[in-house]
Design a protein around this ligand. Structure first.
Ligand SMILES: NC(=O)c1ccc[n+]([C@@H]2O[C@H](COP(=O)([O-])OP(=O)(O)OC[C@H]3O[C@@H](n4cnc5c(N)ncnc54)[C@H](O)[C@@H]3O)[C@@H](O)[C@H]2O)c1
Length: 250
C-alpha cells in the first residue's frame, strides 16, 4: 500500500511500539491519528508528528466508536489500523494471598484481547466502505500479539491467554475480510525495551537479554515500526502472525 496521504490509525500510540510506529507512518507521508488512554502522552506524539490525537479507552465500544468517527471526520476512513494497545502483567494463579482475583484476569483480557477485536471490527467496517485501490486492496489491519502467546512463562497464564486470543483471530479474520480486499496480520514481539516489558519483568537485567540468541539486547521500537511498514507495503503478507524476537524462545 502506498502510504502517502493514506489515513492511518495507531492505537497505544502514547508510548513504546505504538509511538514509534506513528512516527514512521508520519515520516512515510500518512495522515496519522494517534489513540491512547493516556491523553497527555498521545497529544505530545501528535504534536511531534503533525497528527491528530484522540484520548480513548479502546476496550470500550462507545469510546472506540467515537474515536474512529473523529478520525474519519478529520482524515477520511482509515486504510490502515495498527493496534498496539496492550498491558503486560505477571501474577501467579495462586499465591500466599489465595487465588488470583478473577477481575485481574478479566481486565487483562479486556485490554489485550477485547480491544483488539473492538478496533478490528470498527476499522473493517470503515474500510469496507472505501473504494478498492488499483491492486484491489481496501485496507490493512495489523494487531500486536506476543511470543507469550506461544511460550508464556510461569506467572503469565492471564497475559498468555489474552495474547493467544489475538493470535487465533488473525487467520479467520483474514479469511473473512479477504473477500473485501482487507488484509489482517499480527506481529508477535519478543523482548522490547518498553514499559510493557518493565511491568512484567520486575528484575529486568542484562541476563534476560543474553537469552536472546542474537542480537543479545532488547528490541528497539524502531525495529517493530520497520516491520509494520513492510507489512503495509507487502500485499502477500496476510493471515499470519510474524514473530519479531531475535530468535528468543522462552
Ligand atoms: N515491549 C515488549 O517487550 C512487548 C513484548 C510482547 C508484546 N508486546 C505488546 O506490544 C504492544 C505495545 O506495547 P509497548 O511495549 O509499546 O507498551 P507501552 O506500555 O509502552 O504501550 C502501551 C500503550 O497502550 C496504552 N493503553 C493501555 N490500555 C489502553 C486502553 N484501554 N485504551 C487505550 N490505550 C491503552 C498505554 O497507555 C500505552 O501508551 C502491547 O500490546 C504489548 O502487549 C510488547
Amino acid at each position: 500500500m502506498d502510504l502517502w496521504a493514506c489515513p492511518a490509525v495507531v492505537t497505544g500510540a502514547a508510548s513504546g511500539l505504538g509511538a514509534e510506529t506513528a512516527r514512521y507512518l508520519a515520516e512515510a507521508g500518512a495522515k496519522v491519528t494517534v489513540i491512547d488512554i493516556d491523553g497527555d502522552g498521545v497529544q505530545k506524539i501528535a504534536e511531534e508528528i503533525g497528527g491528530l490525537a484522540i484520548p480513548c479507552d479502546v476496550a470500550d465500544s462507545r469510546s472506540a466508536e467515537n474515536a474512529v468517527a473523529m478520525a474519519r471526520a478529520a482524515h477520511g476512513a482509515a486504510r490502515v489500523l495498527v493496534h498496539c494497545v496492550g498491558r503486560g502483567h505477571s501474577e501467579p494463579i495462586i499465591s500466599g494471598d489465595g487465588p488470583m482475583p478473577l477481575d485481574d484476569f478479566r481486565q487483562l483480557v479486556e485490554v489485550n484481547l477485547i480491544s483488539t477485536f473492538n478496533m478490528m471490527r470498527l476499522a473493517a467496517a470503515d474500510m469496507a466502505q472505501l473504494p478498492p485501490l488499483a491492486n484491489g486492496e481496501r485496507g490493512v489491519i495489523l494487531s500486536t500479539a506476543s511470543v507469550s502467546a506461544y511460550e508464556g512463562q510461569s506467572g503469565e497464564a492471564a497475559y498468555a491467554a489474552s495474547k493467544g486470543g489475538v493470535v487465533s483471530m488473525i487467520l479467520p479474520a483474514a479469511r473473512e475480510l479477504g473477500a473485501l480486499g482487507i488484509r489482517v496480520v499480527g506481529i508477535a514481539p519478543g523482548l522490547f525495551g518498553t514499559q510493557t516489558l518493565f511491568n512484567m519483568e520486575k528484575n529486568l537485567d542484562s541476563r534476560l537479554a543474553r537469552q536472546i540468541p542474537f542480537p543479545h539486547r532488547f528490541g528497539d521500537a524502531a525495529e517493530f515500526a520497520m516491520l509494520v511498514l513492510h507489512v503495509l507495503k507487502n500485499i502477500m503478507l496476510n493471515g499470519t502472525v510474524l514473530r519479531l524476537d531475535g530468535g528468543y524462545h522462552r
